[in-house]
Design a protein around this ligand. Structure first.
Ligand code: ARG
Length: 459
């Protein structure tokens, strides 16, 4: 029976089923690099305050580096009886250095150690996701150039509402992903606080210097309350929420494109490389990747839920339940990363079917609001103008025609203020042209936003 690091007070060995039940090495091996970095910083601090010698520190640092290589090259054998990545690394160090290795865990507990590792992990994951989000934003900005001049219906309730430049859609996604990036940056501030040195949950009587380890690990500050930080997984919940909203944004984009890809819409075509066929219907081309981006978002949201439920009943400070936090976060992260890695290529590879869009663009009275605002400019009160245009739409509908196909006489039958110049606002092209307000979907406002985005995303 292997001796446990904590075995001193135990007379019986652990039931092997308990070892299998309690192990986390099968998933927390992902923290190996962070664990080694954290331990090297901790050892350097121990040497600086005189708790170990510099020579011992150097041996520890070198031993840890070797163990890191061993793990990275798949040479370390993982054992359930060693529980987690922290114990695997420490016991390998003791095996190689003997008593010097036994000093590493001075003034430290696995409780502050695991939180340190996780914070380092999440910090770099945030940077990775931020880069991937930037690539997605760039792909949408690039689409604005590809689809220059294309006008599409804007929808509410999935019913035709008002026309907008297609670029307005692409930049709308840029805005959503930008808020995601801001959320990650904000979360990063709270992730980037060092728990190291809070030990089990009460701190230590040993003369440690927490500022030093924080500096070495590039944390921006140190946690002020050892009880709080031992139990704190707020940063994971925040991160999981940021990931969930990214997944939700990706999912609704995917949904929109699935609709646009249908024969009924026919707005866009997806590249062969990102569609799949049917095993029975030879003609089929299915948007499976988009469907799975939509489908996989469920796992990310589930991860957030898993974390919140995990946390809600825990007393202070560390509880073993917290070991399960990693399962939720790793899966949510991997899912979002996989989606974000595919997205720019799908966005760039799609083609917009301008003819299909144009063929039905004049349907659905997309210029009705422009006509109403034309009347407002002629001093007709808004509510009256609304009623007038409503009646004109009904008239056109009854004649199976568009607003710009009505005669001037027909138009004037509802309102005498309507004159020849009404032709400047009727028709979808005109209705887009007259959209002027900041942030609107008109030609010029969108062009200005596009220029701003290009500048913002320029490396
Ligand atoms: N594997 C554990 C985790 O992931 C490490 C902390 C264990 N601490 C303890 N007191 N048993 O949370």
């Amino acid at each position: 029976m292997a001796a446990k690091a904590w075995g001193g007070r135990f007379q019986q060995g652990t039931d092997p089923r308990v070892e299998t039940f309690t192990e986390s090495i099968s998933f927390d091996v992902r923290l190996a690099d962070m664990d080694i970095r954290g331990s090297q910083a901790h050892a350097q601090m121990l040497a600086n305050v005189g708790l170990i010698s510099q020579e011992e520190c150097d041996q520890i640092a070198e031993g840890l580096s070797k163990i890191g290589v061993e793990i990275a090259t798949g040479k370390m054998e993982f054992r359930a009886d060693l529980e987690d990545i922290h114990m695997h690394i420490e016991s390998a160090l003791i095996e190689c250095l003997g008593d010097v290795g036994r000093k590493l865990h001075t003034a430290r507990s696995r409780n502050d150690q695991v939180s340190t590792d996780l914070r380092l992990f999440v910090r770099s994951a945030i940077d990775q996701v931020d880069t991937l989000l930037t690539n997605v934003q760039k792909s949408f900005v690039h689409r604005c150039d590809l689809d220059e001049g294309v006008i599409v219906p804007g929808y509410t309730h999935l019913q035709r509402a008002m026309p907008v430049m297609l670029g307005h859609y692409w930049l709308a996604y840029c805005e959503k992903f930008d808020r995601d990036r801001q959320r990650l940056a904000d979360c990063r501030k709270r992730v980037n606080i060092s728990p190291l040195g809070t030990a089990a949950m009460a701190g230590t009587s040993l003369p440690i210097d927490r500022e030093q380890t924080a500096d070495l690990l590039e944390f921006e500050g140190i946690a002020a309350n050892s009880l709080d930080v031992s139990s704190d997984r707020d940063y994971l919940a925040e991160f999981a929420f940021a990931l969930s909203l990214i997944a939700v944004h990706l999912s609704s984009w995917a949904e929109e494109w699935i609709i646009w890809f249908s024969t009924e819409f026919g707005y866009l075509k997806l590249p062969d490389a990102y569609t799949t066929g049917s095993s029975i219907m030879p003609q089929k081309r299915n948007p499976d990747v988009l469907e799975l981006i939509r489908g996989k978002s469920a796992r990310v949201v589930a991860g957030l839920q898993q974390l919140l439920v995990l946390l809600k009943g825990l007393p202070m400070a560390y509880n073993r339940d917290l070991q399960e936090d990693k399962i939720a976060v790793f899966d949510a992260l991997d899912t979002v990363v996989a989606c974000l890695e595919l997205t720019p290529d799908i966005v760039a590879g799609a083609t917009i079917d301008r003819d299909r869009i144009n063929a039905r663009l004049q349907e659905g009275f997309l210029d009705a609001t422009a006509l109403m605002e034309y009347l407002i400019k002629k001093s007709v009160p808004m509510r009256s103008a609304h009623g007038i245009v409503g009646r004109l739409v009904a008239l056109a509908d009854s004649k199976n025609s568009r607003l710009d196909e009505l005669s001037l006489n027909d138009l004037r039958s509802e309102c005498e203020q309507i004159e020849e110049d009404v032709l400047n606002v009727l028709g979808v092209e005109n209705a887009v042209k007259v959209l002027q307000s900041y942030g609107s979907g008109g030609r010029e406002p969108v062009a200005r936003q596009l220029a701003m985005w290009k500048e913002r995303l320029a490396d």
